[in-house]
Design a protein around this ligand. Sequence first.
Ligand code: ADP
Length: 598
Amino acid sequence: MLTIEFLKNIIEITFGFALFINALLFVPQAVRIFREKSAIGVSLLTFLGFLLIQFIIVLHGIIHQDFPLMIGYLLSMLSCGLVVMLILFYRSNDKKMAENHISLEEIVAQLPEHIYWKDKNCICLGSNTNNWKDFGLGSLAEFKGKTDYDLFTKEEADHIRLVDEEVMRTGQMKTVEEKITLNGKTTLYLSHKLPLKNKYQDIIGILGVSVNVTKAKQETENRLAMLENVIAVMPGNVYWMNKEGVYLGCNDNQARAIGFSSRDQIIGKRNSEISGFLIPEVLDPINEEIMNFGKTIITEEPAILNGVSATYLSHKVPLLNGKGEIIGMVGVSVDITDRKKAENDLKRAKETAVTANKAKTEFLYNMRHDLRTPFSGILGVAELLENSEEDPQKKKTLGYITQASQVLLDQLNQIFEFIHSENGQLPILEKQFNLHQLISNTFKMMKPAAKNKSLKFTSELDEKIPQLFIGDDVRTQRILINLISNSIKFTENGYVKLLTKLVKRDDKNILIEFIVEDSGIGIPEEKRNLIFEQFNRLTSSYSGIYPGKGLGLRMVKKFLDEINGEVQVESNHSGGSIFKVFIPFKQSLLNNLEASAC
Ligand code: ADP
């Protein structure tokens, strides 16, 4: 009796425990739904069924007052109810997800281009929709089981089979171009073939992805053909070669110059093989320099065109690959034979002209004695006659002859002096001279001319200026004479003045400014640069008002350049001219001695 009671208790405890486990069994399901936030794959109906059964059992427990049964199933109802609530809660979410859910198979089926797989015997196992449709088949089922020989021409299938077998044999992916006939149209595919492996990594067939590149290839070919045409008709001679000096191509002009009937004939040849036109001994070292050192070279190169030597101006650059490595050379050469000849002719003509000009100048310079002597004679005799003549009328006439002869002689002297200086025959002096004396002599020399025109002629000298200088006294005086005689010539009324100023001095050097100012006709600002040019005159000599040759200022400028001096031209308030001349001299040591003696 005791034993039966004991067994009954054991069964009841086990039953209670089983009910508890039963209740717990729903918990993992609830956790999964909660974690995935999705009830996909979980049937609401099943759990509602469980809930109903549990409810009936709970009612049964209440009626029969079997409380352990009732409590156990109440617990189960709670956990099952939780699952039902979660299913209901995530249902709308699941609806949305279900709309977007798509299997990998469906994705593959929809992929563009051709994706296919075959078994070890190259029998088709499957493909994406695009693939079987492009073969004109009605379904995937029709595609399955076919071989390449069912789908392509024998030649095409042979080629495909060869590649497929190689990939399966080597286990290596291969990318090939495959030309196939689809619906009567030749199409070019770029195919990636890779071994198809099972989960044990055994090769069980072949997987292929083929992309239609017909259009892209055609476009590339068109572009290349266009580029070829552009190069073919390019002006000048265009050519390119690899690093071994082997030509890879050229344009029409280069082919024609060599004597080839087509551009392709140059391909594979070296300079030494086309030496009728090119001179390899000259070209090869240049080309090697470009390719070995990555240099760009622009040079004149000799060639033989139609048996006659020619000159080309070549621009050569290294030819680079996509990685920027030198793989050869590109050159553009232009035939400059005619230009070169014209250049040489011009050079020769210039040399001849310079020589002729020099000879003419030398001739004139040599003539100076032959011209001056009779002129001096005429002048002397005229002066003698003038002085000895007592008849006033005849004396006046002889006076005209004397004056005219003097003017002519002065002009001749000026021309000879100009020639002398232009020939560079006047040495640059660096000797000691007295500047005070030089100015005083110049003033005395020019005074009669100023007096003749009733001009006020004055000279002022800065008292800080020392007596002795070292420099070119001859050029300094010629400069002053030229400027003062111009001022006198171009002034009808008023004054001409010479100012000599000290600009700056140090122990060794001294800078002097000479200012020649007049109240004459002046020089317009825009013409001031012209007056220093040879034979340039602002008033024409033939008008007779201001005779001259346009040589004086040119000589002034040349002399100043030779002794590092400068000249500036300005206008004064009365419209006359101001010539400012700056000449650097060296200080004489004697000045310092005098100064210290004082
Ligand atoms: P030339 O005096 O023999 O004509 P220059 O070379 O000495 O030649 O001068 C060139 C020109 O500059 C002159 O013809 C004249 O037009 C102008 N010129 C030079 N000095 C003066 C000046 N002091 N006043 C006005 N014009 C001048």
